[in-house]
Design a protein around this ligand. Structure first.
Ligand SMILES: Nc1nc2c(ncn2[C@@H]2O[C@H](COP(=O)(O)OP(=O)(O)OP(=O)(O)O)[C@@H](O)[C@H]2O)c(=O)[nH]1
Length: 781
């Protein structure tokens, strides 16, 4: 039903009946009327134009299309042939040139995919999502003549194109107007997210910032929002006063919005309108542990996304002998410590800087950082004592309001991103949204990306959590008529089932073309879907959000693990079934790599029954570890199974014949390659007709030197006694064989292929070179 094995979310059955989800039949009806009028007018225009030009245009078009198709087909055939040739030849060529032979499981994944996709042009298989409009125009044209159907279709297409063009122009104009209306005097609150390895103290840091203010009364007015915490200017001033005694730090933004869900790679990966949702990130590092695997992963993500970040070097209170001063500025606290503590801090700081430089980042403790653009600032903090937190807040605000003015100028246009999709009692399915620009209003018509295509609906309620003192009120949530950025808000609306976390949320304005917006939000998902391997071979991946899926795909690309199926949301049986199609094509890839998603029980049972592996993890690189281990196990198994088929090359000179046959026992020198137990041996002799005759002697069953069994005798080592046995009728020295005959390992096309597939790493370049010589001896192509 979906081309190229693309699957998302659950579906009731396997039919191709996906429809865009639209919840406003009234609006839809009005839109239809307009559409009919436009179609009529344009049909007349098209009729006139057609008489003059259509025939000629059609002919020219058909001819051009034919030529283009023929050329594309020829190119594709040529490229395919070339790819096959290259794949066939690469290892031998590599051996001959002395280059390393490629790893087997990345052999023809990306490269092949790229070559093939280049050959195919941009025609990628994308999930089909029929538009509602298609059905409408179909029913109208049923009663018409065929030719007038064509005209109408052409006219309707022209009308749609025209309408879209105009809408796009209007939107662009509005966008430009909104941009022009921005001002440096009207900044919005920056959005910050927290990342880091587990247990570094991300949650505790957030709690500490919030709780201190709650304890100090409500002056700060910190509000817990949906998926985020808002720190208004007052709270920030209060919190940073201890490190702003000279009053030089002046707050220019209204506040700070901190995204609450820490530790989630996916959140720093979220974007609204192409740019990162987060203006800045805090990467938390445990000063006692340094950089840990997930820290590195977060750093890579931040680098890829070009998200500026500061480092909270947390848990300074654990430095032995640390004397705390609650909520103090770090420098003052450090000055109060004993020499020993100061030294330990210095050492750990230097270690951290070194570790950062090993990762390609220059890092410096914040108060010695002279160039924010070139150095990452390290801010020592304690989430327990609150020390360093004032410095951290001050620095984040300084960095954002001074260096990111462009992205912080308040924009009247709505920019919003879905953080989570949740069912809430009394509200049904809701979405938690971070509104980074503009105003959302109750009743707004919105478009978000769903697993079955775009979801277009109207906001029924805009909810924020009740503030502390209002908790006595029945409802947990406050209804808002409108909310202004930056803000976290819960939206209740009909039809939100299947909405995808990480999707952008767009508001349909009076000038907008709804379908355009739908296409726009779908494009984010389609872009990810189009990244599947065109070879059709690859693992299946499933992730919780658009952001985490993108991070996972990026990661797998770096690891050269090809991906054939992509999904979002929990793993259901049909996802596993889809992955199972790989059992026939490429069983090693019958693997699901699932990031931050649940696996349905039935799906797991099906996977177990059918030998499909499901690996789940909350940390992306763990999936890589699982997959690598899986591949190694598969390789070992296959190696074991193919032991008899793998023949390593060798050339032997016979120095003595101890037993002529059954079994043959000879003394030999290994003059090339390595002789191993199990190797089949042959002599190549001229036959009566002047050709070659291959005389098979059987397999080596033992190798002995000085009456000791050895598994292998290498080129140039002292002579060995070799026993060669054969199941059937073994040739005899003095009859079919002479002592002067050179002996060779008996290789074949199959044995070479087997070495290529399972023993690449075990075969030296000299051995590959010898194989090439033996190939011509045995006339192997
Ligand atoms: N001594 C000390 N302990 C801390 C500090 N920050 C956090 N911890 C402790 O470290 C542990 C982990 O803290 P969390 O805040 O849950 O860490 P996290 O990074 O949010 O962990 P995950 O959510 O599991 O990724 C808890 O036991 C905290 O009490 C700190 O500054 N000093």
């Amino acid at each position: 039903m979906i081309a190229a094995g693309l699957q998302v979310g659950p579906s009731e059955d396997g039919e191709d009946k996906k429809k865009k989800v639209t919840y406003d039949s009234r609006k839809r009806g009005k839109k239809n009327d307009q559409k009919v009028d436009e179609e009529k007018a344009l049909a007349e225009a098209a009729e006139r134009a057609r008489i003059q030009a259509e025939a000629a245009a059609k002919e020219a078009e058909a001819k051009a299309a034919e030529e283009a198709a023929a050329q594309a087909a020829a190119e594709e055939a040529a490229k395919k042939a070339q790819v096959e040739e290259e794949v066939e030849d690469d290892w031998e060529a590599a051996a001959a040139s002395g280059d390393d032979v490629k790893d087997s499981w990345d052999a023809d994944s990306e490269e092949e995919a790229e070559k093939k996709s280049a050959a195919k042009g941009s025609a990628k298989a994308l999930p089909s999502r029929p538009k509602a409009g298609g059905a409408e125009s179909g029913s109208e044209s049923d009663s018409e003549e065929e030719s007038s159907e064509d005209e109408e279709t052409t006219a309707a297409r022209a009308a749609v194109a025209q309408r879209k063009k105009e809408a796009a122009e209007r939107r662009e104009k509005a966008h430009q107007a909104a941009l022009a209306a921005r001002s440096k005097e009207n900044l919005r609150s920056p959005i910050c997210c927290i990342l880091g390895h587990v247990d570094t103290g991300k949650t505790k840091l957030l709690d500490k910032i919030r709780q201190t203010n709650v304890q100090e009364g409500e002056a700060g007015g910190i509000t817990q929002q949906i998926g985020a915490t808002y720190f208004p200017g007052e709270a920030i001033k209060q919190k940073t006063a201890v490190v702003n005694q000279d009053g030089k730090f002046e707050l220019k933004v209204p506040g700070l919005l901190v995204i609450d869900t820490p530790g989630h790679e996916s959140f720093s990966n979220l974007r609204s309108r192409g740019s990162s949702l987060c203006n800045i990130a805090i990467l938390v590092v445990d000063i006692m542990h340094g950089l840990e695997p997930q820290t590195l992963e977060s750093m890579k993500l931040l680098r890829d996304r070009k998200t500026p970040f500061v480092v909270a070097l947390n848990k300074i209170d654990r430095l032995y002998g640390w004397k705390k001063v609650d909520n103090n500025g770090f420098q003052e606290s450090l000055a109060l410590q004993s020499r020993g503590v100061q030294n330990e801090f210095k050492n750990r700081l230097e270690q951290t800087k070194l570790a950062f430089s090993e990762q390609g980042f220059n890092a410096e403790v914040f108060y010695e950082n002279k160039s924010m653009a070139r150095y990452v600032s390290l801010i020592p903090t304690s989430a327990h004592t609150g020390e360093g937190i004032p410095d951290m807040l001050k620095l984040i605000l300084q960095l954002t309001q001074e260096r990111m003015v462009g992205s912080l100028m308040y924009l009247s246009e709505v920019q919003a991103t879905v953080l989570e999709v949740k069912a809430i009692e009394g509200f049904g399915m809701t979405i938690d949204v971070i509104l980074s620009n503009g105003i959302l209003r109750e009743g707004d018509r919105i478009v978000v990306c769903g697993v079955e295509g775009a979801i277009t609906t109207n906001i029924r309620a805009l909810l924020t959590p009740a503030v502390m003192k209002e908790l006595r009120v029945k409802s947990q949530y406050v209804h808002n008529k409108e909310v202004k950025a930056a803000m976290g808000v819960k939206i209740s609306a009909p039809g939100l089932e299947g909405a995808i976390a990480g999707s952008r949320l767009l508001v349909v304005g009076p000038d907008d073309d709804e379908e355009d917006l739908e296409e726009e939000v779908e494009a984010d998902l389609n872009k990810l879907f189009s990244r599947v391997s065109t070879s059709g071979r690859g693992v299946s991946v499933q992730a919780s959000t658009l952001g985490s899926l993108e991070a996972l795909l990026d990661f797998l690309k770096d690891c050269k693990i090809p991906v054939a199926n992509v999904g979002i949301g929990p793993v259901f049986k049909r996802d596993v079934m889809q992955c199972g199609t790989m059992l026939e094509k490429s069983p090693d890839y019958a693997v699901m790599l699932c990031f931050d998603v649940k696996v349905d029980k039935e799906a797991q049972a099906y996977a177990d029954e059918n030998n499909i592996k499901i690996f789940t993890a909350d940390i992306i690189y763990h999936l890589f570890d699982s997959f690598t281990k899986h591949m190694e196990e598969q390789l070992e198994r296959k190696k074991e199974e193919s032991k008899l088929l793998a023949v390593f090359p060798c050339v032997l000179n016979t120095v003595a014949v101890f037993n002529k046959t059954n079994p043959i026992v000879v003394g030999v020198d290994v003059v090339d390659g390595n002789l191993r137990v199990g190797t089949p041996i042959a002599a190549v002799k001229p036959n009566a007709t002047g050709g070659k005759e291959v005389v098979s002697l059987g397999r080596v069953s033992s190798i002995e030197r000085d009456h000791k069994q050895i598994p292998i005798c290498k080129k140039g080592q002292p002579s060995v006694a070799v026993k060669i046995e054969m199941g059937g009728h073994q040739p005899t020295y003095g009859r079919q064989l002479e002592e002067s005959d050179t002996l060779y390992s008996l290789i074949s096309r199959a044995s070479i292929d087997c070495l290529k597939e399972f023993y690449r790493k075990d075969v030296t370049n000299d051995e590959w070179a010898l194989i090439i010589k033996l190939k011509s001896l045995y006339d192997i192509n």
